[in-house]
Ligand binder design. Structure first.
Ligand code: GUN
Length: 290
């Protein structure tokens, strides 16, 4: 029997409803709406789509959205000045600088400037340390959303074998840390891992975040495992089609045949990222107002 398809879109929708209720209560209490500032540098089409949907979701949740679009050739001092201004602005509870930045900019220096209390991406050193030390903080949206889906599906993760494929700052590393904090036994696999298929075969939980279309095959999956696919890859268009299909890092149909449960692409992890971004903004607003 094929595994269950985890409906991330529905889960995120329910979460956004609850955040909307919380945002209304915050506005009532604080006399202002919670606010999220998103900074987009340049005109990368994918980033523009992400930023537009973040803005829409923010407003739909009853929060203030501040969008700052800077030209692709903006210099480092101008971008840093904007971040300083947002840090100082009491209407801004969360700051997200859309990544990747154009190559001439130093993303680490920009992130280091963000006030950790407004760092809704969880990328500053202070929030990375909070995650490692199991202290309160703001944690990266995509891994946090994956944890919500895993805990909803599996309950207690104690003692389960988990493999995270990918070691990025935004997904792989924080994902592994969240899983360890939840008492899973965690392997971080990456491009240098030997016999990746074999490593994956041992896992009760597979989180794929490598950005390689359909790399994880069905015969790598342990029967009954829970598979979380973070990848969003667009394939080349079929003849006659304007756009290629969106696929994840996992060969969905093959893996579903073996897995206990699996997230689809699209409609799995993607909607969770934005919902958690709104959650983090509301959490930051309460802390900053309180
Ligand atoms: N680019 C793709 N995903 C993300 C994200 O979650 N946060 C930021 N800042 N940039 C991204």
């Amino acid at each position: 029997m094929a595994g269950d398809v985890i409906d991330g879109k529905a889960f995120a929708g329910a979460l956004r409803e609850r955040i909307g209720t919380g945002a209304a209560a915050f506005a009532e209490q604080a006399g202002r709406k919670a606010g999220l500032a998103v900074v987009l540098v340049g005109d990368d089409p994918a980033s523009q789509v992400y930023v537009a949907s973040k803005g829409k979701a923010t407003v739909a949740a009853g929060m203030e959205s501040f969008e700052h679009r800077l030209p692709a050739d903006v210099d480092q001092p101008a971008l840093e000045e904007l971040v300083r201004r947002l840090n100082a602005d009491p209407a801004v509870d969360g700051i997200l600088v859309q990544l990747p930045l154009p190559r001439h900019l130093d993303d680490k220096a920009v992130i280091a400037l963000i006030d950790p209390a407004k760092d809704v991406d969880g990328l500053t050193d202070a929030n990375i340390a909070a995650l490692a030390n199991q202290q309160p903080g703001l944690f990266p949206c995509t891994p946090f959303g994956c944890m919500m889906l895993l805990q909803d599906r599996l309950g207690d993760l104690s003692g389960l074998d988990a493999v995270v494929i990918g070691r990025s700052q935004l997904v792989g590393r924080p994902m592994a840390q969240l899983l360890v904090n939840a008492n899973a036994t965690v392997t971080i696999a990456h491009s240098r891992t030997r016999d990746l298929a074999d490593v994956v075969r041992r896992a009760d939980i597979v989180v794929a975040a490598v950005g390689r279309p359909e790399m994880v095959r069905g015969d790598w999956i342990k029967p009954g495992a829970c598979v979380i696919d973070v990848g969003i890859n667009r394939l080349d268009p079929e003849p006659g089609a304007a756009k290629g299909r969106l696929v994840g890092d996992v060969a969905f149909e093959e893996a579903r045949a073996v897995a206990g449960a699996i997230t689809p692409v699209p409609g799995g992890v993607g909607p969770m990222t934005i919902a958690v971004l709104l959650r983090n903004t509301l959490v930051a607003a309460h802390r900053n107002a309180g």
